[in-house]
Design a protein around this ligand. Structure first.
Ligand code: GH3
Ligand code: MG
Ligand code: MG
Length: 513
């Protein structure tokens, strides 16, 4: 901060000395002050362009575009002043260049307009930028045509120009730029350099609008005898130099997201460009029919291209969003390790199929499958091997479940569950035995008691119309059946009906294959 104030202390005297030198030169050249003023009026915006160009080099990448555009504006202004000097010093030699300075002064607003209207958020599309630039350049040319009644570079001798109209047009353009920058200043995102850049741009544009209005008014009255009025051309550009040199270099920061107003400006600016171009084209059609038609055609073509691209982008992003949504939904219902349905999917599926079975009076069976002595595998071979076994078992169980309408899910830990739709007890026992055989068939070593390979115990229960009950009772009955299978020595299938007392009576051991 202190460093900054130190710099202010020597920069302000330098700026004052610069203007002082200009004033002294004017004093010695009076009444033809323009002869010495032109070099100053060409050099000052060039100095501002150099300062902004240097700033673009040291700025974070996404800000480079803005600084380069501002530098470009300054160069256009300087070029305008240069051609104005040519017109002044060698009017006879410049021929059809007459009026080019005014065109350049009008085009000076184009890069500034692009900075104001486009986003700094990195999603700037080069094509859209070119389209906006084309429209803005075309609008600048049309303003020129309306002001001077002829095309740029046209050989035709310029018509007598109404100076108040020219001054008023410049004032309107300057105030329009300043107002647009102000709007953007209030709507920029909370990034630091972006905010400071818009603050500098807005201050400069308002300052310039006021000073240029005074300058243009006086020049219109004084003609070539401008004298010390020429000094008014310096301060706006010196202000830019001063502000940009004093701007601290900020590091790239994370985006805070755009404010809704910024998004609104980003979306509305292309429509403003098109509308302004259409309006100017329509006005100029009276005297320059083909030029007006060309402007209208350009505005419509740009609008059509932009709409088509945006619509295409919108549809593409909608499709990828839909695909991502589907994939997420799929993942949210899948067990991450084994790839079979997870508990959440099981709960929803079982609820749905239970209601359907009750409504359609179909039987429904539930199998709870638990790996026997699985802890032993983990302890002996490690958890990675345990996980691998779970994946293998899930695959074997899935293979043993033939019907598409049924569901195999990881119920939790080393337990799986299978919902068999429209399957009675016999069907469920057949599937359960097939599963048991399939797991055995994997021949995963798990030496314990007298067994060699990994096995599963399965508990079954079946709902059958007209029995009553609930899904919870079906799950409880299957769980009890599983407990019984474990108690009876594991590696077997047990069936229990849903009801307590009846269940005890009907309990029977299913023959193991
Ligand atoms: P039982 O025959 O009585 O079912 O014996 P068990 O060893 O299979 O049962 P217990 O409940 O004692 O141990 C279950 C083991 O399953 C303990 C736990 O470490 C293991 N387990 C649960 N989920 C996973 C998993 O995702 N990966 C691995 N590797 N092991 C798991
Ligand atoms: Mg177990
Ligand atoms: Mg268990």
């Amino acid at each position: 901060m202190r460093n900054r104030w130190q710099r202010v202390r020597y920069l302000i005297p330098i700026a004052a000395a610069y203007m002082g030198a200009h004033a002294i030169c004017i004093y010695f050249k009076l009444p033809n002050a323009l002869k010495v003023s032109y070099p100053f009026m060409i050099a000052t915006p060039l100095l501002a362009a150099a300062v902004c160009g240097r700033r673009a080099r040291i700025s974070e990448p996404r800000m480079r575009f803005a600084w380069l555009m501002i530098a470009g504006s300054m160069m256009l202004w300087s070029a305008g002043m240069f051609t104005s000097a040519l017109e002044y010093f060698a009017a006879h030699a410049v021929g059809n260049l007459a009026g080019l300075s005014d065109l350049l002064f009008l085009l000076y607003g184009v890069p500034i307009l692009l900075v104001i209207s486009s986003s700094m958020e990195g999603e700037r599309s080069p094509l859209f930028l070119w389209l906006d630039a084309m429209q803005a350049i075309c609008a600048g040319c049309l303003i020129y045509v309306l002001m001077f009644g002829r095309l740029p570079f046209e050989h035709q001798h310029p018509e007598p120009i109404s100076m108040p109209l020219v001054v008023a047009t410049y004032n309107v353009v300057n105030v329009f730029l300043a107002a647009a920058a102000t709007l953007r200043l209030f709507a920029h995102s909370s990034r630091r350099e972006e905010g400071r850049m818009y603050r500098i741009l807005t201050s400069y544009l308002w300052f310039y609008a006021v000073v240029a209005a005074i300058n243009n008014y006086l020049v219109a009255r004084l003609g070539d005898q401008t004298g010390f009025v020429d000094l008014l051309a310096d301060p706006s550009f010196l202000l830019v130099c001063l502000c940009v040199v004093l701007l601290p270099v900020s590091q790239a920061r994370r985006s805070f997201g755009r404010m809704p107003a910024a998004r609104y400006i980003d979306n509305a600016s292309p429509i403003v460009y098109t509308t302004v171009l259409l309006a100017l084209s329509a006005i100029s059609m009276r005297r320059h029919f083909y030029l007006g038609m060309l402007g209208i055609a350009l505005a419509l073509a740009v609008y059509a291209i932009r709409s088509t691209i945006l619509q295409n982008r919108y549809m593409r992003s909608e499709q990828s969003l839909r695909e991502a949504h589907d994939r997420l939904e799929e993942l949210s219902l899948q067990d991450g390790l084994t790839g079979v349905a997870n508990r959440r999917c099981f709960d929803a599926f079982a609820e749905r199929e239970w209601s359907r079975a009750v409504r359609m009076q179909h039987p429904i069976s539930l199998l709870l499958i638990d790996l026997d002595h699985f802890k032993n595998i983990n302890d002996k071979y490690g958890h990675r091997m345990g996980d691998h076994c779970l994946v293998q078992v899930a695959g074997a169980l899935r293979e043993a479940l033939p019907r598409d309408g049924d569901l195999l899910a990881r119920y939790g830990g080393e337990e799986f569950a299978a919902v068999l739709v429209d399957a009675d007890r016999e069907g469920a026992e057949t599937v359960a035995n097939r599963m048991r055989q399939a797991v055995r068939g994997l021949r995963v070593e798990n030496e314990i008691d007298a067994r060699d390979f990994m096995t599963v115990s399965i508990g079954i229960s079946t709902y059958r119309f007209p029995e009553g009950g609930s899904l919870e009772e079906l799950v409880e009955a299957s769980d009890r059946a599983l407990y019984r299978a474990k108690e009876s020595g594991r590696d077997r299938v047990e069936y229990l009906p849903m009801w307590g007392a009846e269940a005890e009576l009907a309990e029977r051991k299913v023959a193991t294959a």
